[in-house]
Design a protein around this ligand. Structure first.
Ligand SMILES: O=C(O)CCCC[C@@H]1SC[C@@H]2NC(=O)N[C@@H]21
Length: 180
């Protein structure tokens, strides 16, 4: 399989942008508000399933080998960080958004619905991971409902704004560039 230079550049670009997103954060609890998922969702919308997921896979791999691109650093021990589930979710999120939008007419509504589905997957992996690591590894005494609150509910307003913005931007950018 031949990999195009353009594709490699786009994958590296979105891995880099997601890393920048980790620096744009507000610490509020076990998981911070961050701009990572803004770029995750955008990678799925703009690059499609294969390249979007590759960009997020590259991002997570760089963090795991020790490049401090996550909100609390990096390294293999991040597997036991309460927020690692969100990072796993990023890969699947980009892939799902790409699959749901590829070959379709680019519309704000189409990108919005796909981005909501993808973002739900980030929470579906992120919240149980957060709960298990906090309770079983860190010994924190919290209920699953509390984990749902600090790992999902607090982020919904901000993440909705991100998703609306990405959907609008993508509906304007995709017609100008062919997706790989
Ligand atoms: O440790 C990391 O680098 C991952 C942080 C994940 C933050 C999640 S992504 C979904 C939700 N929305 C936010 O703004 N923050 C959390």
């Amino acid at each position: 399989m031949k990999i195009k230079t353009r594709d490699m550049v786009l994958v590296a670009l979105f891995a880099g942008l997601t890393a920048v997103g980790a620096f744009l954060r507000i610490p509020i609890g076990p998981a911070p508000i961050s701009m990572q998922n803004f770029f995750t969702v955008m990678s799925g919308c703009l690059l499609g399933a294969r390249l979007g997921a590759a960009s997020q896979g590259l991002y997570v791999s760089l963090g795991l080998i020790g490049v401090p691109v996550f909100t609390s650093g990096g390294g293999p021990s991040y597997l036991l960080n309460p927020t690692f589930g969100f990072l796993v979710g990023f890969i699947l999120c980009a892939w799902i958004i790409g699959r749901l939008t590829e070959g379709k007419k680019p519309s704000v509504a189409g990108f919005f619905i796909a981005s909501l589905v993808g973002s739900t997957v980030v929470y579906a992996i992120g919240v149980p991971w957060l709960y298990v690591i906090l309770t079983k590894v860190s010994g924190v005494d919290i209920t699953f409902m509390k984990a749902l609150k600090v790992g999902c509910l607090v982020f919904i307003p901000g993440d909705l704004v991100k998703v609306v913005l990405v959907s609008w931007l993508s509906s304007r950018i995709v017609p100008l560039v062919a997706r790989g």
